[in-house]
Design a protein around this ligand. Sequence first.
Ligand SMILES: Nc1nc2c([nH]c(=O)n2[C@H]2C[C@H](O)[C@@H](COP(=O)(O)OP(=O)(O)OP(=O)(O)O)O2)c(=O)[nH]1
Ligand SMILES: [Mg+2]
Length: 308
Amino acid sequence: MYVVAGVIRDARGRILLAQRPPGKHLAGLWEYPGGKLEAGETPEQALARELHEELGIHTTAMRRLIRIPWHYPDKDIVLDVFDVLAYNGEPSSCEGQQLQWHALGELSGADMPPADRPVLAALKLPHEYAISPEPTNPAEFLTALDRVLARGVRLVQLRGKTISRELLRELVPVVLDRCRAANARLLLNGDIALAQEFELDGVHLTSAQLMQHSSRPLPTEQWLAASCHDEAELQHAMAIGVDFVTLSPVSLASSHPHAPVMGWEGFAALCAQAALPVYALGGLRSADADTARVHGAQGIAGISTFWS
Ligand SMILES: Nc1nc2c([nH]c(=O)n2[C@H]2C[C@H](O)[C@@H](COP(=O)(O)OP(=O)(O)OP(=O)(O)O)O2)c(=O)[nH]1
Ligand SMILES: [Mg+2]
């Protein structure tokens, strides 16, 4: 079953949710307005029709946010979610459904259909994810970090796999201060204990670490990310409740010159199986951001993409 749904915002940026009526699948839960694709419709046409039928609005611009394949016990759906960028009219309840506006920060997904939770992650995450090089020279590294933050990057992963733990411990609070000042979130590669100690925004697991965990190792209030390279890793990330992943290598990266690349078609095929936001990684440039989104990505991740 192919379902389209729209993220509709008011002038204050709040998001519209509609309550699923009694007697229907997932009754009582709060969803993004939308419904089933009808024969011969494109997803965009179906969403414009549904939003007119359910809310009385005319949608004039939309852009795909994320597409979620989801298995409910009684049915499989693909939930194709669009950001509604512009519409005419005031949304009102045309089918007797309850409507509510919520600030994004208030939404936890608790009383929403399970398939909508990765959509919340997609809404909260930016389109760029800057992974740090090894901070072997801290002064140079911090200057580069300032440049990355000044460019508007709002999600950073600190990687210190080869430097000493003492140096990493010194660096983490400094990097955190700079990220906080820039309103950027900071994840630490691999080290859950250190990330907890310094109250970072989350942890990014290597693919090897990901496969060692049989359940989510972090509370849901923190971001849990992981590196994936194939379908088995993606499936495991979803199974243990990872919030988002990087999928690589899309193209040839200077940091991994011998890894076989998947290309955009391979990336899109894997992404279509993923019920969570996926950043494209590996040999990409900022100019690849639109290509990445067309192939199903949340955006692009990279080291040299952002740091050089
Ligand atoms: N519209 C919508 N449906 C969702 C969301 N999340 C989610 O799991 N679903 C599921 C619930 C249903 O199984 C399916 C939508 O089917 P539906 O029967 O409500 O579709 P519809 O609005 O066209 O309803 P109908 O008039 O055809 O009865 O997708 C969401 O955010 N919005
Ligand atoms: Mg509906």
